[in-house]
Design a protein around this ligand. Structure first.
Ligand SMILES: [Zn+2]
Length: 76
């Protein structure tokens, strides 16, 4: 992570937000599975998949961004 970089801060807080959302959904899917609630699990699965994809995408953007030199990154 760059020092004092707004874009890093923005990306990481976005990542934290999506991660929290993902973990919450994962917990709900697990609860539904544990209680044999197949319908709820089936409804939540696509949402969980989408959250996982979103999370991976932001992680990718962070990695891409961190490859940039700090100066350029600050203006990005
Ligand atoms: Zn940065």
């Amino acid at each position: 992570m760059h020092q004092n970089c707004l874009e890093c801060t923005r990306l990481w807080s976005e990542y934290a937000l999506v991660t929290r959302h993902f973990l919450k959904l994962e917990g709900r899917v697990q609860t539904a599975r544990d209680s044999q609630d197949r319908q709820t699990a089936a409804e939540l699965d696509p949402l969980l998949e989408r959250a996982a994809a979103e999370r991976a995408e932001i992680r990718r953007r962070i990695q891409e961004h961190e490859l940039l030199p700090q100066a350029e990154a600050a203006n990005a």
